[in-house]
Design a protein around this ligand. Structure first.
Ligand code: SF4
Length: 432
């Protein structure tokens, strides 16, 4: 269930129906102002809405005062074990403080922090981690780890409510993707507060991105989660931000920058698409517009499934085609494909218009038609997928028709067309 309440982190609304907020954490020593500010600027540029900094020492609190003043995005102070540091971070102007009520020294200390946060109007994030559940939940954790995580979070929520503090978001973090999904689903049913999602210690850029995409993507697709952080083992926090955005873009929850679509390639590929796609992806990072760019390894299928793309290229051995929104723009030599593609994109970004030269378009269309005709009989992956889709649609129609005229399904059993038993002039259904 989506959160009903929201918090305001330095002007960024989290929860209550606001767009999912992207956050990350600096990897520098917070007290190293130059390095920390440089990283914050990089993550802000990459699209972080909020940044979190670890504050384990007094010298980090000192730096925090400058960081919150100079940061282009709101700053959350990450505190563990030490409620005095939490109080100091609040006084330093942090836009939010993250703490784990279970390791901060007991309810009295939590109350002290909540009082100060109330005075300053600063929200908190209260977090539960699978590795640090309260002792009284350890037996339950062995028996039912998901319930133990949820119960710990609910107990912390109840503690905050007893303290009459409701300006917080909640996180349940686990290294296990299934536990994270199950725990957040259950928690979202039990509390109205915004949820911070993340997979703890997800791993390297490759495996961590995948785990996060599966875990967070599943929850976000259900409408659960108000802010996300991708935890990756890299010193480059902006990489976490990029992954977060790819997840949000894939789910169409937010838009930022271009979307690249590319065919998986197959034996029909006639140019070095690996290199070309990587170069296009890298160059697209400079653009803020949510343009869709398609790269097709060959022109055998025509523009096909990429016809909705704002711009695209499809290549052949010596020549390729630039296309836009389902129409050819021009034929170009293979080695000019990428340059010409970006020339078109740049023209569009500058003028908001796609200029079409009729002669070039006709030449491109003729080239495309020739290639399509020459390869009309090829069963490409796209054509096989289209055949499969058509077959499924046909079967669904036949089953619908059979159900409608009472030939099948009276007992509620779903039937399917039995291809092997179906003569041309008749249809037979078998139980699916
Ligand atoms: S047939 Fe499809 S998958 Fe194969 S190279 Fe061409 S566009 Fe790519």
């Amino acid at each position: 269930m989506a959160s009903q309440r929201h918090v305001n982190v330095g002007g960024v609304q989290v929860g209550g129906g606001a767009p999912v907020v992207v956050q990350t954490m600096t990897k520098t020593e917070t007290a190293n102002l130059t390095a920390t500010m440089a990283q914050i600027r990089r993550v802000a540029e990459a699209g972080a809405d909020i940044v979190r900094c670890a504050v384990p020492r007094d010298k980090d609190v000192e730096a925090l005062k400058t960081i919150v003043r100079e940061s282009p995005i709101p700053v959350i102070a990450d505190i563990h074990f030490n409620h005095t540091l939490a109080l100091k971070a609040l006084d330093a102007g942090a836009h939010c403080v993250r703490l784990n009520p279970g390791n901060i020294g007991g309810p009295d200390k939590v109350a002290e922090v909540a009082r100060r946060a109330t005075e300053l109007g600063t929200p908190l994030r209260i977090g539960v981690n699978s590795g640090s559940l309260p002792k009284h939940l350890h037996a339950l954790e062995r028996e039912n780890p998901v319930e133990a995580l949820v119960r710990a979070a609910v107990e912390f929520v109840e503690l905050m409510e007893r303290l009459d503090f409701r300006d917080f978001k909640v996180s349940i973090k686990s290294t296990s993707v299934p536990y994270t999904i199950a725990a957040n689903r259950a928690l979202s049913e039990r509390i109205p507060y915004p949820l911070h999602l993340g997979i703890t210690e997800a791993g390297t850029k490759w495996s961590g991105s995948l785990k996060s995409a599966v875990g967070l993507g599943t929850l976000l697709a259900d409408g659960i989660g108000d802010t996300i952080r991708i935890s990756l083992s890299t010193f480059h926090a902006e990489e976490e931000v990029k992954v977060a955005w790819e997840i949000l873009k894939a789910l169409k929850l937010r838009e930022r920058g271009p979307v690249l679509i590319a065919c998986p390639t197959c034996g029909r590929l006639q140019f070095d698409m690996d290199t070309v796609v990587a170069e296009i992806e890298r160059r697209l990072e400079r653009y803020a517009d949510p343009i869709e760019v398609a790269v097709l390894g060959c022109a055998v299928n025509g523009i096909g499934e990429a016809s909705h793309a704002d711009f695209g290229i499809t290549g052949a051995r010596n020549e390729g085609l630039i296309f836009s929104r389902g129409k050819p723009l021009k034929k170009v030599p293979q080695e000019r494909l990428v340059e010409e593609l970006f020339a078109e994109i740049d023209r569009y970004v500058a003028s908001r218009r796609i200029d079409v030269d009729a002669a070039s378009q006709a030449e491109g269309a003729a080239w495309l038609a020739r290639i399509e005709e020459e390869n009309a009989g090829d069963l490409t992956p796209e054509r096989l997928a289209a055949l499969e889709r058509a077959k499924q649609a046909e079967q669904a129609d036949l089953v619908d028709a059979a159900l409608a005229d009472g030939r099948a399904g009276e007992d509620g059993v779903v039937l399917r067309l039995d291809e092997a038993a179906s003569p041309v002039d008749g249809r037979r259904f078998t139980r699916a």
